[in-house]
Design a protein. Structure first.
Length: 154
């Protein structure tokens, strides 16, 4: 049914869950898997310059994005046949809406037939302040979307 899955990773626990689901689905569907990170240099502007070990905010975002991608791709490649795992780093200089639109545009333009995301499932004030990347992707895409919620400890 699915030939090319796209999973967004950001190094969080929820994106790890999404990656695990994506790997399992890629195995069962014999599908390609593209692992994508959307790096955002503006997230690093809140850090004091002395904490940055890079020449610029963009370099810091690229470095962190590649670190996250390296770990995710390594995990996927260990589980899937050779040549079935792909990676891509996107750079967004605005907020969550631009990041989500870039992911949707990339998925549309590269033959993906399912987007897989992790979500924290925030509500109330946290949702208002932080927004929802997953919700924005859902509104912008016409592709099927699989949302993996964080496991809730009870």
């Amino acid at each position: 049914m699915y030939k090319h899955l796209l999973v967004a990773v950001d190094g969080s626990h929820t994106s790890e869950n999404a990656l695990d689901h994506a790997i399992g689905l890629a195995k069962s569907e014999d599908a390609d898997l593209t692992v994508v990170n959307v790096a955002n240099p503006t997230e690093y502007m809140a850090l004091a310059p002395e904490f940055l070990q890079h020449e610029s905010y963009e370099a810091a975002a690229l470095s962190e994005g590649n670190t996250v991608l390296d770990a995710a791709v390594e995990k996927a490649e260990a589980a899937l046949p050779e040549g079935r795992v792909h990676r891509h780093l996107l750079i967004a200089n605005k907020g969550a809406k631009e990041m989500a639109q870039m992911l949707v545009d990339y998925a549309d333009g590269h033959g993906s037939d399912l987007i897989i995301l992790g979500t924290h499932g925030r509500s109330g004030l946290m949702h208002l302040l932080m927004g929802s990347f997953a919700e924005t992707v859902m509104r912008e895409t016409t592709l099927p979307l699989l949302i993996i919620r964080d496991k809730i400890d009870s």
